[in-house]
Ligand binder design. Structure first.
Ligand SMILES: O=C(O)CCC(=O)C(=O)O
Length: 313
């Protein structure tokens, strides 16, 4: 399993050529120790107030399932767009470093915020249907996204960890927007259909087992989902997705996707993504949307400083 290429002299993480080619060929890449255990704890601590409607900024999230006292006790707690509610989570969701890592793997010159989401699966939480994340970006041009999925607990096969199909980002097949949580049918049914369409006889399903704080980068066309949590412990993850910096909207009426379209500017023929909702986080030229540094710190920059000179912090 490749680990972080980081030494006491490096100020930033970098991928080796081998890691980049593995991502290109397989559609995923695992990086260990992306977050420290203190950072994992700090993120987890924020989830409880958020799911209890205590939003630091007073802003509600974009999407929210699994409410204490209202939903089934085993329902997956899912929330998207946490960065606008809470500045601790924003330090990860708007991290220039995560955006740079995501964009670099995709070969993009820059990256902007796409979506951030937590997936909290209590004991016996149900499955998540197999899907491709690019399916949910069809109102965007280009219609592509990359996700850095970070384990915040011991994400094991029994606990319903992320399941991925290596190489499936290259399949020629269709997908459609569907509700992903607690499917009534086989959660892999969409995968079997896609494999059939792509002429793949046997799909290899990899259950990503990583320690808390480690991450897996997912190409937007990679098929993935997750199984029921069959343990007595809660399984948690946080996903940070990045769009190419120059992403625009498709003309109105093209594509489907309820979250991105909500932030469309309806004045004139304006197809640009508003930087106050979709800040640019990293470009090769050094551009970054101005408000981000005032709004939150970059949790990853903080982590690297600690790696570089712990005695000076
Ligand atoms: O964490 C999970 O169970 C599913 C995550 C997922 O589908 C995603 O981040 O796109």
């Amino acid at each position: 399993m490749p680990s972080l290429a980081m030494s006491s002299l490096q100020t930033r993480l970098s991928f080796t050529a081998q890691q980049i080619s593995q991502f290109q060929a397989q559609g995923y890449l695992i990086l260990e120790n992306l977050l420290s255990s203190a950072q994992v704890e700090r993120l987890i601590e924020r989830f409880e107030p958020l799911f209890n409607t205590q939003f630091e900024t007073g802003i509600y999230p974009d999407e929210w399932y699994g409410r204490p006292g209202l939903s089934e006790p085993n329902a997956t707690q899912y929330m998207a767009g946490l960065w606008r509610c809470d500045r601790t989570t924003a330090a990860y969701a708007l991290s220039s470093e995560i955006a740079r890592l995501n964009a670099t793997l995709m070969g993009w010159d820059g990256g902007r915020y796409g979506i951030d989401a937590c997936w909290i699966k209590p004991p016996n939480a149900p499955e998540v249907s197999f899907h491709r994340n690019n399916t949910y970006t069809s109102v965007l041009d280009p219609s592509t996204i990359i996700t850095c999925w970070i384990g915040l607990s011991h994400v094991t096969a029994e606990a319903g960890t992320l399941e991925i199909v290596p190489g499936s980002h290259q399949w020629t097949c269709a997908d459609r927007v569907r509700f992903l949580h607690a499917p009534k049918d086989d959660y892999r049914a969409s995968l079997w259909q896609a494999a059939k369409e792509a002429g793949v006889e046997q799909s290899e399903i990899v259950k990503v087992e990583i320690a808390p704080g480690s991450g897996v980068f997912l190409h937007g066309d990679l098929w993935h989902g997750s199984a029921r949590n069959c343990t007595d412990k809660t399984r948690r993850s946080f996903a940070v997705s990045t769009l190419p910096a120059g992403t625009q909207f498709q003309p109105l009426g093209i594509g489907t996707g309820y979250i991105f379209n909500r932030y469309r500017n309806l004045m004139g023929d304006n197809l640009t993504l508003d930087e106050s909702f979709y800040p640019i986080l990293w470009t090769k030229d050094g551009y970054k949307t101005a408000f981000v540094d005032d709004y939150c710190r970059d949790a990853m920059a903080e982590r690297f400083q600690k790696q570089i000179a712990p005695q000076t912090i």
